[in-house]
Design a binder for this molecule. Structure first.
Ligand code: ADP
Ligand code: MG
Length: 393
């Protein structure tokens, strides 16, 4: 990686501001219901305190839109973090200002402080330089470990880096860049991308960049039908983005001219409605009045073969309406095929991660990205502001 890593920093006795992603789900009593994101940040936090630094943590929680919202305070998160670290975690009523400076001054080496929700200030999302400077004043060095917000140029993710001597990547960001980077740079070939999900419109940039990188491309899920329409095939009442047919044609042509093997479903599980189990059938040609909700068994067999033959696999987007059990078979079969192939597998996307959980193969993937939007922008070839702003090595 071309950017400084937390490993490169001299941390002993230093005030280390760490941008973490503690945007966790909570129940009505504000208890943290899923602590995955907190657990993932522990590696960097422990590294800072075990090396004698003062860990000053900052995160957003929810969407308070620039004002104090009582139920979006960080206190319940601090409580959870305290449990996970088995040590006290200091808290503050704000993330900038004199009060906070005093708390920071009182910190001893190895102490942990969780600042108040940074989005209580509108200046955070506005990436206000004066606000960034105030954040920077709290620390000697800055570490960004919030991959999930690295695609946003906010004060605590991007602006602050301009006002500190050293801005480094935490372990989580480092891991994400390593594995997502493997897809874009020198992957073991052949490399396959499996792109599914509901809409082409959200994945055009992704497809266009991948076309330049991969040997094999499988398109499944709802977006496959706009591609089939572009090929002049009948799609019945399946999901169609009529205004994207031309773009689908362009992508197919580009794939052809670059020698990319493109695979679309060759058979389909159809029904008249997603909640009508009565008329589900498997077809090669989609009847006029039917909707395709999953790929059929012949497609599964073909896709499994491509998965097996590809040394590197990137997967984003379910291959069918997997939330409904009757239409989950295709997605689950391909998830299992990827897991059991022994090939390098990198998965990104919120629904794709749920699908992998449903298939029970989470532990068998090489890397599951924690950042939905950020991982897709990375694979689209876009620069992530929160990473670009870090100090070069
Ligand atoms: P991710 O979150 O992994 O990026 P998307 O959000 O792009 O994935 O797409 C996921 C959604 O696509 C799921 O809700 C799934 O039900 C839907 N989907 C997949 N295949 C179909 C289909 N054939 N018809 C309608 N919806 C589909
Ligand atoms: Mg999604």
């Amino acid at each position: 990686m071309s950017k400084l890593s937390v490993r490169d920093l001299d941390i002993k006795g230093k005030r280390v501001l760490v941008r973490v992603d503690f945007n966790v789900p909570q129940d009505a009593a504000l208890n943290v219901t899923d602590d995955t994101r907190i657990k993932e940040a522990l590696v960097t936090i422990k590294y800072v305190i075990e090396n004698g630094g003062k860990a000053i943590l900052i995160s957003h929680l929810g969407r308070p839109d620039g004002k104090v919202v009582e139920k979006m305070r960080m206190a319940p998160v601090a409580k959870k973090l305290q449990e996970l670290l088995s040590k006290p975690v200091l808290t503050a009523n704000d993330c900038i200002g004199e009060e906070v400076k005093k708390i920071v001054e009182s910190m001893k080496d190895g102490d942990v402080l969780l600042l108040e929700n940074v989005r209580f200030h509108a200046e955070e999302e506005e990436n206000d330089p004066a606000f960034s400077k105030q954040l920077a004043e709290l620390c000697d060095v800055y570490v960004n470990d919030a991959f999930g917000t690295a695609h946003r140029a906010h004060a605590s993710t991007e602006g602050v880096a301009k006002f500190v001597k050293q801005a480094a990547a935490g372990f989580l960001i480092e891991k994400e860049i390593k594995f997502l980077g493997m897809i874009l740079e020198n992957p073991a070939r052949p490399i396959l991308a499996i792109i599914g999900g509901a809409k082409i419109s959200s994945k055009i940039d992704l497809l266009n960049n991948l076309i330049n990188k991969v040997n094999n491309l499988i398109v499944g899920g709802g977006m496959a039908y706009t591609f089939m329409k572009a090929q002049g095939k009948g799609i019945g009442k399946s999901l169609l983005e009529a205004d994207k047919v031309e773009i689908a044609k362009e992508i197919l042509n580009k794939a052809k001219s670059r020698g990319v093997n493109i695979y679309l479903p060759m058979d389909h599980i159809v029904a008249s409605r997603k909640d009508n189990a009565q008329d589900i059938e498997c077809v090669n040609e989609i009847p006029e009045n039917m909707i395709a909700f999953d790929i059929g068994p012949k497609s599964i067999t073909e896709f499994q073969k491509v998965v097996k033959e590809s040394k590197t696999i990137f997967w984003n987007g379910p291959l069918g309406l997997f939330e409904v059990n009757a239409f989950a078979a295709g997605t689950i079969a391909i998830a299992k095929a990827i897991a059991n192939s022994g090939n390098v597998s990198v998965v990104g996307g919120g629904d794709s991660v749920s699908a992998i959980k449903k298939a029970g193969v989470t532990d068998k993937m090489t890397h599951i990205s924690t950042g939905g939007g950020a991982s897709l922008e990375f694979i689209e070839g876009k620069e992530l502001p929160g990473i670009a702003a870090l100090t070069n090595k």
